[in-house]
Design a protein around this ligand. Structure first.
Ligand code: AMP
Ligand code: MG
Length: 417
């Protein structure tokens, strides 16, 4: 299998001389510099849900393939003028999958059922509810336009047309479309494998014995779950203490087993921030200082040729940075078209003082048609992440918000979770 070219060492380099990079600049950089890293395989449609198309898919057949009836009724040629009509009915019928043999003579009608290919000599159909049926004849009122109650061949999709573009993440509806146009298997990218590891001497597994300073590892189960929802293969690399040698070994293993590595904790520039220190040592580290709240510095780099997203340790910042930065970046690595989080404007149910010059994401949910935000913005407040059903995104230059002001709400689903 042909392997895509490796990522460049400087793929995460932000513009020089900017102390706090705006979110949009950082995102544009990820979009422009990253590229797909996964190979391609053929899968049957039945196994294609959630997979990423590796090539444009064209329709093998038109939908509908032939002109057909949209209703149960009677078919005949041409238009019918206003007034009462009686028409003789030919023997036989046209049903879906059961063609009418022969030609329907002008001035005669034939019984047709929904989905039946229009017999030769039939262009127009009248609903059975609109006719009185006698012995071998029907009576009804005009007018009827030529082509009424029928579907044209290819009115939905024409054979040879683009059915779905490369980079599309296949939905259930997409599987219906591809089936309808005769596509039985598709070329998709192999699933992106994403390694997740937590760092910190204080971390213990829930259920384990604790000492007074212990903190249960909250990030790993969250990140592994989110990655599954993104359609990636989460690879659990466990917890690593604040020990450089141990972390180095674990990163080596992660780089072998996965296409991307997500770490949390240890990404700043403190004494125990070994993720950033190791990436620095590897010579491929970029400290991302983004004008965003919540979000301490992110450490981005390559380890063994694999991109590393060094997320902050605080669970709130870890999740927001994953949704806002890591998700679209991993999407590109996985072959997806660029993912924009889908949100909408809604009145605020809250008041908030905001400094211009940075973007803010607030844990939020909708109640009674207004966006509520969690009572505390503390980035250690995990209960707020769980309380929330999405995020309010306050633009870089937005200032104070009053109740009733319109704000942008992005449901978690808009981020793919
Ligand atoms: P750090 O980024 O390593 O300086 O960690 C910042 C804060 O997040 C500290 O209070 C850590 O204890 C906490 N933290 C780091 N990793 C996790 C984790 N996996 N689960 C819960 N809290 C964490
Ligand atoms: Mg730490």
């Amino acid at each position: 299998m042909l392997a895509p070219p490796p990522l460049r060492n400087d793929c995460f380099a932000l513009p020089a001389g900017v102390s706090w990079t705006p979110v949009d600049d950082a995102l544009a950089m990820l979009r422009d510099r990253l590229s797909v890293v996964t190979g391609v395989e053929q899968v049957a449609l039945g196994a294609a849900l959630g997979r990423v198309l590796a090539a444009d898919v064209t329709a093998a057949r038109s939908n509908p393939p032939l002109a057909n009836s949209a209703v149960d009724g009677y078919g005949f040629a041409g238009a019918i003028p206003k007034g009462a009509h009686v028409m003789p009915v030919a023997t036989g019928r046209a049903a879906a999958g059961g063609a009418f043999e022969g030609i329907v003579p002008a001035g005669m009608a034939v019984r047709v059922l929904t989905g039946a290919a229009l017999p030769e000599g039939v262009e127009t159909v009248i609903l059975q509810e609109d006719v009185t049926v006698g012995d071998n004849e029907i009576a009804f009122y005009g007018p009827l336009k030529a082509g009424a109650n029928t579907r044209e061949a290819g009115e939905d999709v024409v054979a040879g047309d683009l059915a779905l573009p490369k980079g599309r993440v296949l939905t259930a509806a997409d599987l219906a479309l591809l089936s309808a146009v005769g596509v039985a298997q598709v070329a998709v990218h192999q699933r992106l494998r994403v390694a997740v590891l937590s760092t910190g001497d204080e971390l213990v597994e829930p259920g384990q014995a604790v000492s007074p300073g212990s903190v249960f590892d909250a990030n790993r189960p969250m990140l592994l779950a989110i990655l599954g929802q993104f359609g990636f293969v989460p690879v659990d690399m466990g917890r690593v203490p604040d020990d450089r040698a141990a972390l180095r070994l674990r990163l080596d293993q992660a780089a072998e087993q996965a296409d991307v590595i997500l770490t949390s904790g240890g990404a700043s520039a403190g004494d125990e921030d070994h993720v950033s220190a190791l990436l620095q040592e590897a010579g491929a580290m970029q400290e991302w200082r983004i004008a965003v709240k919540p979000g301490r510095p992110l450490a981005l780099g390559l380890w063994g040729g694999k991109p590393v997203f060094g997320l902050p340790g605080n669970p709130v910042a870890a999740m927001v940075c994953t949704l806002v930065f890591a998700r679209p970046a991993m999407g590109v690595l996985a072959g997806m078209a660029w993912q924009e989080p889908q949100g909408f404007e809604i009145p605020a149910a809250f008041e908030k003082r905001k400094k211009p010059g940075r973007r803010e994401y607030l844990r939020a949910r909708i109640r009674n048609g207004r966006a509520e935000v969690f009572a505390s913005e503390g980035s250690g407040r995990i209960s707020g992440l769980s309380w929330a059903e999405g995020l309010v995104e306050l633009g870089d230059e937005e200032r104070d918000i009053q109740p009733g002001d319109m704000v942008r709400y992005i449901p978690y689903a808009g981020f793919g979770v």
